[in-house]
Write a protein that binds this ligand. Structure first.
Ligand SMILES: [Zn+2]
Length: 155
């Protein structure tokens, strides 16, 4: 399955990839050589806005476009495992399902009442649930997947 190293200018794209469960690590600060070396070591495809870097092997030059357009291109070109809500959108770590009763008072009361399923990132102590932001993303993603020929193979 393809993993990505994402340019810091593509923050929204990285976040969406992670929400889909796709491994999308932020590129480190530093020069292109360092970035290319890391991508090779960790076997990652680079997503970048940098025209020069974008010409290298295993690199996708991403034009200025809404995240859904970028995600669509990435999903049509690379084989990925889509596993929504398995990864932290902030730090890219795997999140774990946690029991609802362990959560009381850690999240807003209304959220607690409205949801049954929760996930936790132990690295940045972040809690996840299917909120309205999530609905927006899944709606967009469903449209994207419907457009892709290989939909059946990927979900
Ligand atoms: Zn995290």
């Amino acid at each position: 399955m393809t993993k990505f190293l994402v340019d810091r200018m593509l923050g929204q794209t990285a976040k969406w990839l992670r929400l889909l469960g796709i491994d999308a690590k932020y590129a480190p600060e530093g020069d292109d050589e360092r970035l290319l070396k890391l991508a090779e070591e960790e076997d990652r495809v680079i997503l970048t806005r940098d025209k020069e870097l974008g010409r290298k092997e295993d690199t996708v030059l991403v034009e200025k476009a809404p995240p859904e357009t970028i995600i669509k291109e990435v999903l049509s070109r690379y084989e990925v495992d889509i596993d929504p809500l398995s990864r932290c959108s902030i730090c890219n770590s795997q999140v774990k399902r946690i029991e609802k009763e362990d959560l009381e008072e850690k999240i807003p009361e209304g959220v607690y009442q409205r949801n049954e399923e929760f996930w936790h990132c132990s690295v940045c102590d972040q809690y996840y649930w299917r909120g309205s932001h999530w609905d927006d993303i899944t709606e967009n993603i469903e449209d994207i997947l419907d457009d892709l020929d290989s939909y059946e193979n990927k979900v």
